[in-house]
Design a protein around this ligand. Structure first.
Ligand code: DGL
Length: 259
């Protein structure tokens, strides 16, 4: 007899960025059913007051749980900083997994004297990142670069656009040749790895997608919620801009994000 289906893994972000995390989740957990929700109608989250991001995250989580999510992955650094604690309190029986800028692996790399962290202004400002920096940044100089406007441009669906290149040149250009690595502290940024390399040259880039996928596996296993190998995995993409054009952008970006 087939094992009982325990539900799907709900994954959400302010928009298309979370698809980079979803790509890692699908690679790590091929038998799971995933429902991805991108809140593109309200993106970017990084420029919004924390209370608003908390309210938006709560609404998305409630709707995913109502529809049968067995676990939630907050595929957004900004929403994790603001809402992860609250959601864990509100859903004590559901694993809630968040993402954080991959500062830890960057500090464990052989070259880690100067680490540049790109993220939204909100992520860098909030206490969660400050605690991460206190914990892992002790023998590195951590250069925080809030990339205001960058996630918004990536949302438009053209990672190779000249506007993105110009903004990267403005934010990162001054640090070219001066840092040992770059942390992509927003889930939108792995979509523009090539463009970041064009500006920064051949430095290691760290993002949290694979670590989040491994942590999700651990948490599902610990809770006895892992899908059996006999289950066929699936992915459903949804957006708060529910139009065929928008969903086509999601589909295209998801294909790009699968590694
Ligand atoms: N992708 C999100 C993050 O990881 C936020 C981008 C935004 O909406 O500002 O922080």
């Amino acid at each position: 007899m087939a094992e009982q289906d325990k539900g799907f893994v709900g994954v959400f972000d302010s928009g298309v960025g979370g698809l980079t995390v979803l790509g890692c989740l699908v690679a790590e957990l091929p038998h799971e059913r995933f429902v991805f929700f991108g809140d593109s109608a309200h993106a970017p989250y990084g420029d919004k007051p924390p209370e608003e991001v908390l309210e938006l995250s709560r609404r998305i989580a409630a709707s995913l749980v109502d529809q049968g999510a067995k676990a939630l992955v907050i595929a957004c650094n900004t929403a994790t900083s603001v809402a992860a604690q609250a959601l864990r309190t509100e859903y004590p029986t559901i694993p809630v997994i968040g993402v954080e800028p991959a500062l830890k692996p960057a500090t464990l790399a052989p070259q880690h004297r100067r680490i540049l962290v790109m993220a939204t202004a909100a992520t860098l400002r909030l206490g969660k990142f400050q605690r991460l920096e206190d914990r892992w940044g002790a023998d590195s100089e951590v250069i925080e670069v809030p990339c205001v406007g960058l996630a918004d441009l990536i949302e438009k669906g053209d990672p190779a656009s000249p506007a993105i290149h110009e903004l990267l040149e403005r934010y990162l250009g001054p640090w070219r040749g001066k840092v040992d690595s770059v942390v992509l502290g927003c889930t939108h940024y792995p979509l523009i790895r090539e463009q970041i390399r064009e500006v920064m040259g051949d430095v290691p880039l760290f993002d949290g997608g694979e670590g989040t996928a491994r942590e999700t596996r651990r948490r599902l296993e610990a809770a006895g919620l892992l899908a059996p190998d006999s289950q066929e995995g699936s992915v459903e993409l949804r957006s708060s801009i529910d139009t065929p054009d928008e969903l086509a952008i999601y589909q295209r970006i998801f294909e790009l994000a699968r590694r």
